[in-house]
Design a protein around this ligand. Structure first.
Ligand SMILES: NC(=O)c1ccc[n+]([C@@H]2O[C@H](COP(=O)([O-])OP(=O)(O)OC[C@H]3O[C@@H](n4cnc5c(N)ncnc54)[C@H](O)[C@@H]3O)[C@@H](O)[C@H]2O)c1
Length: 123
C-alpha cells in the first residue's frame, strides 16, 4: 500500500492533487501537510475531509522534528511537494518567508526523503 506525503494540499494546485489522489486511489493513504498560510484554505478540501484514506496535518515543511516524526510514523512511499510561497508580489514585501519555505523547506524535505526512502529506491 502506498502512503503519500502531499505538502501544501490546502493550496490551489495541492488541493486539486489531493482530491484526485484521495478519490482515484482509495487504497492509498494521503497525508496532507500544510501550514495554512494566507494561501491555504481547508474549505478547498471540505468534500473529502472525512474520507478514510485522507489525513490532514497542520505543520511547516521547515520543521525538522515534525518531518522526522512523520517520515518515521508513516514510511512514505512517495512525496508530492506543493507547499510553497507562490505569490510573487509578496516576495518583495516578505522575501525571508520565500527563502525559508522555498529554499530551506525544500532542502529539509529532500533530506527527509533521502533518509527515509533512499535505501528503498536504491539511492
Ligand atoms: N498556480 C499555478 O498556476 C502554478 C503553476 C506552475 C507551478 N506552480 C507551483 O506549484 C506549487 C503550488 O502552487 P499553488 O498555486 O498551489 O500555491 P498556493 O500558494 O495556492 O498554495 C501553497 C500552499 O502551501 C502552503 N504552505 C506555504 N508555506 C508552507 C510551509 N512552510 N509549510 C507547509 N505548507 C506551506 C500554503 O498554506 C498553501 O496551502 C508552487 O511551487 C508553484 O510555484 C503553480
Amino acid at each position: 500500500m502506498h502512503t503519500i506525503l502531499l505538502t501544501g494540499g490546502a493550496g490551489f494546485i495541492g488541493s486539486h492533487l489531493t482530491r484526485l489522489f484521495v478519490k482515484k486511489y482509495p487504497q492509498y493513504k494521503i497525508i496532507n501537510l500544510d501550514k495554512l498560510t494566507y494561501a491555504g484554505n481547508l474549505e478547498n478540501l471540505r468534500d473529502i475531509e472525512n474520507e478514510p484514506n485522507y489525513h490532514f496535518v497542520k505543520g511547516d515543511i521547515t520543521d525538522l522534528d515534525l518531518l522526522r516524526t512523520l517520515f518515521a510514523e508513516h514510511k512514505f512511499t512517495a512525496v508530492l511537494h506543493c507547499a510553497a510561497e507562490s505569490h510573487v508580489d509578496r516576495s518583495i514585501t516578505d522575501p525571508l518567508a520565500f527563502i525559508t519555505t522555498n529554499v530551506l523547506g525544500n532542502r529539509i524535505l529532500a533530506a527527509g526523503c533521502q533518509r527515509s526512502m533512499g535505501r528503498q529506491y536504491g539511492e
